[in-house]
Ligand binder design. Structure first.
Ligand code: 5GP
Length: 190
């Protein structure tokens, strides 16, 4: 997606060889036009799969997952990161390492919002080691729903997450692939 690549070049900040700060377009501020366009793109890629729910992780995945769910005409469910004080009905919970926070966090989805006959499209902002995605996928599996694929805005190809998921048979589509951040330079994979 040329517009996304352009925005990454103009607004992304390389923090280290491993981390790209995308606060200006994904993780703090949101560009609504670009986000809706990305949502349409994911919707086009996965429309034939008869998605019934889009699932993401709070908070940075929500805007893009919303745009995708809107374009597909289905609900969006976001995993919460910690238990709320409210009495929950039954929840599915997985503990995952957090790439940016350097600690473990719990991902939770209420069973009410993931049903056995659901066909789930997982959407997220960035994939690095794939821990968040794997946690979410385990929750989807435990619910009995079917994961039809994953749509990721930015894939960091030099980290193992995306390809490990592909190798496990999951259809993973990303809109921008980053080959390297070495020397403070953003290099796209194609
Ligand atoms: P993973 O679980 O795949 O290792 O990391 C995925 C999560 O960590 C993403 O949801 C994203 O929010 C965050 N993350 C991973 N790498 C980066 C990065 O380079 N920049 C930013 N801003 N977030 C990242």
């Amino acid at each position: 997606m040329d517009k996304l690549k352009q925005a990454i070049i103009e607004q992304g900040v390389v923090v280290s060889d491993q981390v790209l700060k995308l606060d200006a377009l994904l993780n703090h501020q949101v560009d609504p036009q670009l986000t809706m366009e990305m949502g349409r793109q994911f919707a086009d890629l996965f429309r034939s799969e008869h998605v019934t729910r889009v699932v993401t992780v709070e908070s940075s995945g929500i805007s893009i997952a919303f745009a995708t769910a809107y374009a597909l005409g289905v609900p969006l469910v976001f995993a919460r990161r910690k238990k709320s004080l409210q009495v929950e009905s039954e929840v599915l919970c997985e503990r995952v390492p957090s790439f940016t926070k350097g600690m473990v966090t719990d991902l939770l989805i209420s069973k009410e919002f993931l049903k056995e006959n659901d066909r789930i499209l997982f959407i997220d902002d960035i994939i690095a080691n794939g821990d968040a995605a794997r946690g979410l996928i385990r929750i989807i599996e435990r619910s009995g729903a079917t994961l039809i694929g994953a749509g990721i805005v930015v894939e960091k190809c030099f980290q193992p997450g995306a390809n490990a998921l592909r190798e496990s048979g999951i259809r993973l589509e990303s809109l921008a692939k980053i080959a390297s951040l070495e020397g403070g330079k953003i290099v796209f994979a194609e």
